[in-house]
Design a protein around this ligand. Sequence first.
Ligand code: MTE
Length: 328
Amino acid sequence: MYFHRDRGFAQPAASEITPQSVYQSRREWLRHLALAAAGSSLGAFAARDALAAPIPPRAALEGVHSDIGGAQTMEKPTAHEDATGYNNFYEFGTDKADPSQRAQSLKTQPWTVSVDGEVKSPRRFDLDALMKLGAIEERVYRLRCVEGWSMVIPWLGWSLSHLIKAVEPSGSARFVQFVTLADATQMPGLGSRVLDWPYVEALRLDEAMHPLTMLVFGMYGQVLPPQNGAPVRLAVPWKYGFKSAKSIVGIRLLAQQPGTSWEKAAPREYGFYSNVNPNVDHPRWSQASERRIGEDGLFAKKRRTLPFNGYAAQVGALYAGMDLRKFF
Ligand code: MTE
């Protein structure tokens, strides 16, 4: 599958989707990953978790903010090999297998994230300092891609609001822009005009401050693999996956709504809000249902897509009074 600049995403063929792999129990999974991640700071986190006995069933995930509460999905995570082998990261190519094959040499140390714009205390964080701004938690979120497939991913990170508060937004801050790495020496996809680089995304300030909006440093108990946006990315679970920018190098608070890469590439297809909405079709396909990666035999039944990807109770109020067909 590939992308046309003027026509946006092509929906993936069913044959591109990897069959379900054996799911490991949470305990095995954490043990396995604790070993794999040993030595990193997230490794210590995973190891502590893996050794604590007995590990409760999924319903009792530890380290969850009380205000996140019911927003955690209890669905079983997508197989690790699917979540790390079937990716969109166009800086490394437009094929689902390109990122896992081509991103492995991405240099993630040293790494800095500058946070500036409409703030009282602009700062440039190195990765260690950034990670220390919050307590790392595991949160299992659905990720629904605009192409019509979804995954369930156990992320490690904390609410982006911690970072935004640390830089003290000024009264005129209304939007938050995410700027990602664009380094042609490391990213072969930048040679293509498929999108304008760097890949940029943005949220309204209240969306960015919502406790569900997560700054992510790891997944499945490990530091983020390059193909999933190492060393730091966003996870915005009620929006189409492309809002969750990978490999972030800059976060800017702005007074005006900025453009985003996808809006620029195909404005009729990808709006600024991009809330998951089964009632607003993409101009070239329905958004009413989705394939869950790993469950899809050729004849497997699709799942019904839920408004706001199932997070309506948590985020619906952000859009009270807005016409979500107009602000798609
Ligand atoms: N971030 C950057 N920098 N470049 C990209 O191409 N693709 C987006 C998003 N973030 C993308 C990106 C899209 S379309 C999706 S669906 C998700 O990343 C996929 O995240 P995953 O590969 O971790 O599942």
